[in-house]
Design a protein around this ligand. Structure first.
Ligand code: G3P
Length: 214
């Protein structure tokens, strides 16, 4: 499973990069807004830290605008992936990008049918938003299972990028459901290291070592 960080925070990306676990980064307009910097500056900095797919989202809502904006973003660095919303315009623009060998991440996916549209137009990644479905009382994880089944039925190469991950159980369950990628906040990947038995077990090993080496 690939791990992406879902953030525009350069400090977090720098810290997480030390683990050697981070395969890529996803951003969105809200995450970029939190940084108080321009999308161009943030994406440029991320590309210097992580050598992997970096998703940058368009804000245009029409196909031509998305193509124009995405083409500029794609010129920034070969690792930039164009993030497009799952709308008629976004899916149409996805076809243009895949025909022109530019990677895409189709975002704001909330149904298996939407994921099917993205795969048909050659999306590199589909981003089902698990947490936001859970928020409205629907089963976000069920969507990952459904998309996995649909893509496997037809051999679509589009990678399932589990997004809107809020806690470690989401990562665990996405891995069991066969998601190709989990994109998560820094706090979630950091929490994955923790287990109380690891902490207490290590304390005991170190105490025993000290006793034996007095
Ligand atoms: O980047 C897309 C997604 O991961 C956003 O998550 O927590 O805002 O629903 P969230």
């Amino acid at each position: 499973m690939q791990f992406f960080l879902d953030t525009g925070d350069i400090d977090e990306i720098t810290k997480a990069s030390q683990w050697g676990l981070i395969d890529g980064v996803t951003t969105n307009p809200s995450l970029i807004a939190k940084t108080g910097r321009s999308q161009k500056d943030v994406i440029t900095d991320i590309c210097k830290i992580i050598d992997g797919p970096i998703s940058a989202e368009v804000i245009s809502t029409d196909k031509e605008g998305m193509i124009k904006e995405g083409a500029v973003l794609a010129e920034m660095h070969p690792n930039v992936v164009i993030k497009l919303p799952l709308t008629e315009a976004g899916i149409s623009a996805c076809k243009w990008f895949s025909t022109n060998d530019i990677k895409t991440n189709v975002t704001l996916c909330f149904s298996a049918n939407q994921a099917l549209l993205a795969a048909k137009n050659g999306a590199t990644y589909i981003s089902p938003f698990i947490g936001r479905l859970d928020d409205i009382g629907q089963d976000g994880m069920q969507l990952i299972h459904e998309i996995r089944a649909v893509y496997d039925n037809y051999g679509y190469p589009t990678e399932i990028l589990a997004a809107s991950i809020r806690h470690t159980m989401h990562v665990h369950q996405s891995a069991l459901a066969g998601a190709d990628v989990a994109t998560m906040p820094y706090s979630v990947i950091k929490a994955m290291f923790n287990h109380p038995l690891t902490t207490s077990g290590l304390e005991k090993f170190l105490a025993d070592h000290q006793k034996a080496n007095k």
